[in-house]
Design a protein around this ligand. Structure first.
Ligand SMILES: C[S@@+](CC[C@H](N)C(=O)[O-])C[C@H]1O[C@@H](n2cnc3c(N)ncnc32)[C@H](O)[C@@H]1O
Length: 280
């Protein structure tokens, strides 16, 4: 398996990622990853990702977490990123040239398994999207070496808000949460990671969340929220969920930013929660 190529696993009975893989979703994932970069490295370190480890990154997308783990495990370690959206994986592969310790595999995280055990299984913003998240975790816990780690990172969308409150922010978040729920996602999974890991049989489970506070003039929060709504729109249309006129993402970003500035509100971007535990 080479860093520059995608090895294909079996893709039968696969799920479709509700946010798609259009150019605007790739740009949104990049913007979101830039925002989450520091918190991700802090949580991976706190969870125990170290030099020399062999690590599996579930739902790797554009590979941001696989590359961050690649820096932590160093040249003597190994990171395998797995995803079932070919277009996203293709971008990850194109960025891998300076990471010989990182490779990518196309496959379904619900069924894919390596012949060699891993020291750690990690994943950011993947359990969020999987209705069968407990079964997926158990599947990968069984493939860890004894004492091996799971480090799961995910959003708690229950923690997003403007302070002082901005009704337009609340309504946009409410629409987004309802649409994610209709796709089988769990928008508050970040707050539920620790019990989920314990239920999957892991020991010594701990969990911490990191939340960024953005000032009234910071455009990033409104941009990413509108980007999520735009990427969710095809799923919403297919599920018969209407977008109210005043929440249409084409003009919402500007109106959200203006409302935040007018009330001098800070946006509390959703907390990125990390939870980790080890195989008994
Ligand atoms: C929100 S993105 C997160 C990407 C990356 N982990 C990050 O944090 O930037 C979720 C990713 O999970 C992938 N995914 C969803 N369901 C999957 C499945 N059943 N098997 C493999 N990948 C899956 C999607 O294709 C997408 O790349």
């Amino acid at each position: 398996m080479q860093a520059q190529s995608v090895a294909k696993g079996r893709l039968g009975n696969t799920t479709k990622y509700s946010l798609g893989s259009e150019d605007h979703e790739i740009a949104r994932l990049d913007a979101q990853a830039a925002l989450l970069d520091r918190a991700t490295v802090m949580l991976l370190r706190a969870g125990g990702i170290r030099r020399g480890m062999r690590v599996l990154d579930l739902g790797t997308g554009l590979g941001h977490v696989a590359f961050a783990a690649g820096d932590l495990v160093g040249a003597e370690g190994r990171v395998v990123g797995i995803d079932n959206t070919s277009r996203l994986l293709g971008v990850a592969v194109g960025r891998a040239s300076s990471y010989p310790q990182v490779c990518f595999v196309e496959g379904d995280v619900r069924t894919w398994r390596s012949e060699e055990p891993f020291d750690a299984v990690i994943g950011r913003l993947i359990l969020f999207h999987l209705p069968d998240r407990l079964a997926v975790l158990r599947h990968h816990v069984a493939a860890l070496r004894p004492g091996g780690l799971v480090v799961a990172l995910d959003f708690d969308l229950g923690s997003i808000r403007a302070e002082p409150p901005v009704p337009l922010v609340d309504e946009a978040v409410e629409w987004t949460n309802a649409t994610f729920l209709s796709a089988g996602a769990c928008p508050t999974i970040g707050a539920r990671l620790a019990p989920l890991l314990a239920e999957a049989g892991l020991a010594d489970v701990q969990s911490i969340g990191i939340q960024e506070y953005m000032g009234p003039d910071d455009p990033r929060g409104a941009r990413i929220l509108c980007g999520v709504m735009r990427s969710l729109a095809p799923h919403a249309a297919a599920a018969g969920i209407a977008v109210p006129e005043h929440l249409h993402y084409d003009t919402l970003e500007e109106r959200l930013a203006a409302a935040m500035r007018a009330s001098g509100s800070a946006l509390l971007f959703p907390a990125l929660s990390g939870a980790w535990g080890r195989r008994r």
